[in-house]
Design a protein around this ligand. Structure first.
Ligand code: ADP
Length: 478
């Protein structure tokens, strides 16, 4: 046996190990370098070159601390001293380094001391955690923003009834900060009974991808009643439905809205009596207008037209305050839809300017509050005359469907931009900001929607700019 064999074996193994290390060093995606006792970089891998943005030639011979942000240099140097002068075998730190393009990278640094041919070297890996750092910073900023806003973020697991939430959640409810457990029942208990029932119902019906939008009253521990707005989206996580959302204190907004409603209610009630008297006087003058000269004659007609507009505006305001006060009582009767439409549109066809064509299932009948249904039809027709006045034909289509009747009113007017459609039935919404030429308060469609909703029907519009509009509603037959 060759007496040099063990040495040869050892040498081969050593070279094999060295080759493996070289290969790993070169190909690993973890930025690595080797330094000597002077801390000069002797060797870098591609990952570190990529991280720093300098070439290998630019890096070799420099010290890694040259790249560190000033606030980290001191601590890093101390650790190096401990390793090279006091025999510390390994050290770790988190630091921030500046890349060639001046951007910052956060790195976990680990340096291990090793010996080769009686010389000491340091092997360092730098693990980039900038993404995580960025995320943490974003989270911190977000929670700071949330802390200073009136909003809380919460996640409700409907399967287990548990709730995860940010700090603001308990503050909103006025609950002790140290109260640890918090579940759906705890939350529902804070709502006043009527709203708790409604919220529970909404949550019971929510489906994955469904949206939650609920406003209700809570009573804080000190007995203060607050309005809160819960908004969120449901998703299915591991077979359980979770609702992630926000909760906002909207007490101020609700109080302001109540003040506005009170003002509208008082103003419209106060205006009604003098307006009725004025209207009666003007109508009397209208019947006697032949006795006046031509100019007075035309003034009387003008005054009557303006009076009609004012009456309509006051009616809208009164209707809204009645709705708010829950005074919209339905008086349902059995009637033919076509006859109700003809009755309420008679004055329009009689005036001769606009033509109304009623088509479709003209025999359809329903059980509903005919006066309220006529109010919706008149509102749609008035809008068609107002906004599509150039086109003189309005088509009303009645469709007798199995369990409901659908009434659609089509005009060939300017149409409505798609992004405005979702707001058309909101209170005081007017789609055309230049609508100054048309009188109105943006209440007609809101009132119509409320009337249809109370009949358990649906209301909507199909419209395209330049292509006219079709406003429709459905009513259950019974
Ligand atoms: P108002 O007519 O008093 O503004 P409405 O609630 O009846 O209030 O209507 C809301 C808005 O919807 C109107 O301001 C108008 O911009 C738009 N709109 C309603 N009907 C039509 C229509 N037939 N064609 C075009 N725009 C319409």
């Amino acid at each position: 046996m060759n007496q040099h064999q063990p040495f040869e074996d050892f040498k081969n193994k050593y070279e094999e190990c060295n080759d493996r290390f070289e290969s790993i060093f070169k190909h690993t995606s973890v930025a690595s370098k080797i330094i000597n006792k002077d801390l000069s970089i002797l060797k870098v891998n591609q990952a570190l070159i990529d991280m720093l943005g300098y070439s290998a030639e630019e890096i070799i011979g420099t010290k890694i601390m040259d790249y560190a942000c000033p606030e980290f240099k001191h601590h890093w140097q101390d650790l190096q001293d401990a390793m090279w002068n006091r025999g510390l075998p390994v050290f770790k730190l988190d630091a921030c380094i500046v890349r060639k393009d001046k951007s910052l990278a956060w790195v976990h640094v680990t340096t291990v001391c090793f010996e080769e041919n009686d010389e000491h070297f340091g092997f360092t890996v730098l693990d980039d955690f900038s993404d995580q750092k960025g995320l943490e910073a974003t989270e911190r900023r977000l929670s700071m923003a949330l802390k200073n806003s009136k909003m809380a973020v919460w996640e409700l697991d409907l399967g287990h009834g548990t709730i995860l939430h940010t700090e603001g959640f308990k503050q909103l409810f006025g609950v002790e900060e140290n109260m640890q457990t918090w579940n759906l029942n705890d939350m529902l208990d804070q709502f006043i009974a009527e709203d708790a029932g409604n919220l529970n119902l909404v949550l019971e019906q929510i489906i994955p991808e469904g949206l939650l939008d609920f406003q209700g009253r809570i009573r804080t521990i000190d007995g203060v009643v607050k309005w809160v707005h819960l908004q969120g989206k449901a998703s299915s996580v591991n077979g359980s439905i979770k609702v992630l959302g926000t909760m906002t204190d909207i007490t101020k907004e609700r109080l302001a809205e109540r003040d506005k409603d009170d003002f509208i209610s008082i103003a419209s009630h106060e205006l009604r009596t003098p307006i009725t008297a004025l209207k009666a006087s003007l109508q009397l003058l209208e019947t006697k207008k032949e006795t006046f000269d031509l100019r007075s004659n035309s003034l009387i007609s003008q005054a009557n037209k303006s009076m009609d507009k004012i009456s309509r505006l006051i009616d809208d305001l009164l209707n809204v305050s009645n709705l708010n006060e829950g005074q919209l009582k339905l008086r349902k009767t059995h009637f033919k839809v076509m006859s109700a439409i003809e009755d309420c549109c008679h004055h329009i066809t009689a005036a001769g300017v606009f033509q109304i064509r009623i088509v479709g299932d003209i025999e359809a009948e329903i059980i509903a509050d005919s006066e309220r249904v006529q109010q919706v039809v008149v509102n749609f027709v008035n809008n068609a005359m107002k906004y599509a006045h150039e086109n003189k034909e309005i088509i009303i289509h009645i469709s007798d469907e199995i369990e409901q009747v659908k009434v659609s009113i089509t005009d060939q007017g300017p149409g409505i931009a798609r992004e405005k459609v979702p707001y058309l039935f909101d209170r005081f919404y007017r789609a055309d900001l230049n609508a100054g030429q048309y009188s109105g308060l943006g209440l007609g469609l809101y009132i119509s929607a409320e009337i249809i909703k109370r009949h358990q029907g649906r209301i909507g519009v199909e419209s395209e700019v330049g292509q006219g509009s079709t406003f429709w509603f459905t009513l259950p037959k019974k």
